[in-house]
Design a protein around this ligand. Structure first.
Ligand SMILES: Nc1nc2c(c(=O)[nH]1)N[C@H]1C(S)=C(S)[C@@H](COP(=O)(O)O)O[C@H]1N2
Ligand SMILES: [Mo]
Length: 163
């Protein structure tokens, strides 16, 4: 046996990377393995698909909020209103994409427990890329698989004013 066998947890093929871009102090290109550095959450979800009916899955992974916060969105954290102009554009490898607002996942506002899943039904998502998980959604369409890019967009420049 060769010493070049992949170590446990590694994949032999190309490893998918997720690009965090936009109005961020620390843009990044993260592998699924790197997403395991954040606190991991486990959630069982069910959602309706327009074509295949009710679907049930269990996911694990970090909170989208934790991963994006580490990338440093360029808002003023001391002024809550400054965050309201930020949107989050999530795109899959096949071009499927959806928008979230920053306020939707912010603990001061909608505090939705959205995950960037690293496992789907206990199978690692390293080869395919992470998956967006929205336990609050009735429809499955925003559970974007094979995420390749997330762009954070601060919209219109912040006016001067109180937070
Ligand atoms: N990348 C990507 N993710 C996607 C879709 C897609 O077309 N592309 N379809 C969505 C839709 S409409 C549904 S219902 C769920 C279905 O997920 P499942 O088949 O794994 O249960 O995936 C979602 N994620
Ligand atoms: Mo669907």
């Amino acid at each position: 046996m060769s010493q070049f066998l992949a170590a446990p947890g590694r994949t032999a093929g190309p490893v998918a990377r997720l690009a965090l871009t936009g109005d961020l102090a620390r843009p990044a290109r993260l592998t699924v393995a790197e997403l395991r550095a954040w606190p991991q959450h486990r959630t069982a979800v069910h959602f309706e698909c327009a074509t295949s009916g009710t679907r049930r899955h269990t996911f694990t992974g970090p909170l989208l909020y934790d991963v994006l916060s580490a990338a440093g969105p360029v808002f003023d954290l001391t002024r809550r209103k400054d965050r309201l102009r930020f949107l989050i554009a999530v795109r899959g490898a096949d071009g499927h994409h959806a928008l979230l607002s920053w306020a939707e996942i912010d603990p001061d506002f909608g505090r939705a427990p959205v995950l960037l899943a690293v496992t789907l039904d206990d199978r690692p998502l390293d080869p395919a890329g992470p998956q967006l998980v929205l336990p609050q959604d009735r429809c499955g369409a925003r559970h974007i698989s094979g995420i390749t890019a997330i762009r954070v967009d601060g919209g219109y420049p912040a006016p001067n004013g109180s937070g």
